[in-house]
Design a protein around this ligand. Structure first.
Ligand code: 5GP
Ligand code: ZN
Length: 113
């Protein structure tokens, strides 16, 4: 756990979220400020600040984020969706604990803003 990390607090159960999936490695929960009808986040329980923190021993969990993101999206009735990882403030990252956004349920434009 990293002190003052919002998502570590969510992992510890200190901040309530709507959990869609949880196991020993990851948690998935609805985004508090959804940008699409379906918008949830998947995070590793281990504090990694972003992709640059993903070491070889984290590869299995990083892959699980992708696999479970797809499974949960399908459970939510959504087979077409966007996967987003914002890395760094210029890219829009605001919480510095690795997380994957899944957004779906509406048409998406490209390029992103
Ligand atoms: P970022 O901008 O870092 O890629 O994404 C952070 C995301 O976390 C944002 O979409 C934001 O709405 C979400 N978020 C921030 N605080 C909370 C919270 O307390 N609960 C939940 N469920 N989501 C949060
Ligand atoms: Zn953290």
């Amino acid at each position: 756990m990293s002190e003052n990390c919002l998502f570590c607090k969510i992992v510890e159960g200190e901040i309530p979220v709507t959990i869609l999936y949880e196991d020993e490695d990851i948690i998935a929960f609805n985004d508090i400020n959804p940008q699409a009808p379906i918008h949830f986040l998947l995070i590793p329980k281990k504090h990694l600040s972003g992709p640059e923190d993903v070491a070889i021993e984290d590869e299995r969990v990083a892959g699980k984020l992708m696999r479970m993101g797809n499974e949960i999206a399908l459970q939510e009735g959504c087979s077409q969706y966007r996967v987003v990882v914002n890395n760094g403030p210029q890219a829009g990252q605001t919480v510095f604990h690795l997380h994957m956004h899944i957004l779906g349920g509406r048409d998406m434009s490209w390029p992103p803003g």
